[in-house]
Design a protein around this ligand. Structure first.
Ligand SMILES: CC(=O)[C@@H](O)[C@H](O)COP(=O)(O)O
Length: 255
């Protein structure tokens, strides 16, 4: 079970809701993924406009926890404003802090992320910041009291997968709050790898919404989460430099 603040979830897959070919495909993908937490950019969702179509209206919202995100914010103040808007709409008091510090790489601004997290915690939000894979920043965020840290695997939408597993491992080892690997996932192998590293969950969007068959890919991601987690819990064998025979050699009749 994934536990964030006082809430528990059976699924360790968090799904983004952007850029699907159609609402119908998106709905099916969300269903087969069995994800319980869905994230969406408050700024891109027409939550206050009844004339505009809205993906959330297609769903049975009682089945999901909505995780609004502050995508589009460049400063802590903007992120707080977006978070307040989300709360005012009555959707959720959980917020994914996403403050982009660089337009080309879409990597997060660590200073503004830390500042926004502090401000949002003071206002009583359940705060999940998207961060760079920096072990010190992750520690500082945990010390502030955030409810999970979400270090990136690689730049958003790049599909490059986990480019620095060692940094993620350091963060996982030191954290006593959930570590959710967020952004840059390309395929199910990246998800299984993240889970085998000991991550508590994975948040992804483009790898599913941009796949040739998003529904099939959503199912593959669900299975990868489960396989990776099982593998982590089972405890993998140690890697060795040289071969070790798989069959026992003791008691073997030699000529
Ligand atoms: C939807 C969302 O929150 C994204 O900003 C997130 O980081 C996912 O990134 P990918 O699209 O690379 O999976």
């Amino acid at each position: 079970m994934l536990k964030i603040a006082d809430r528990t979830f059976r699924s360790r897959l968090l799904l983004g809701t952007g850029k699907y070919p159609s609402f119908d495909i998106q709905k099916k993908a969300v269903e087969v993924s069995e994800a319980e937490i869905l994230t969406f950019a408050v700024r891109r969702m027409n939550i206050f406009s009844e004339e505009q179509p809205n993906f959330l209206e297609q769903l049975d919202l009682s089945k999901y926890t909505l995780l609004p995100n502050t995508a589009g914010a460049k400063t802590a103040e903007e992120a707080v404003r977006i978070a307040k808007l989300a709360k005012a709409s009555g959707l959720c008091d959980m917020i994914k802090v996403e403050i982009i510090g660089d337009d080309r790489t879409l990597l997060p601004d660590p200073v503004e992320t830390l500042k926004a997290s502090e401000m949002l915690l003071e206002k009583g939000f359940i705060v999940l910041p998207y961060t760079s894979d920096d072990v010190v920043l992750a520690r500082r965020l945990e010390e502030l009291g955030v409810h999970a840290v979400m270090p990136g695997a690689s730049p958003i939408g790049s599909g490059k997968g986990i480019i620095n597993p060692l940094n993620l491992k350091f963060i996982i080892e030191q954290s006593s709050i959930p570590v959710i690997i967020d952004a840059g996932i390309g395929s199910p192998k990246d998800v299984a790898f993240a889970m085998e590293l000991g991550a508590d969950g994975v948040l992804l969007n483009t790898a599913v919404s941009g796949a040739k068959d998003p529904v099939k890919m959503a199912q593959a991601m669900k299975l990868a989460i489960e396989a990776g987690r099982l593998g982590f819990e089972a405890g993998r064998i140690e890697e060795k430099e040289y071969a070790v025979a798989s069959s026992p050699t003791t008691g073997m009749v030699t000529s």
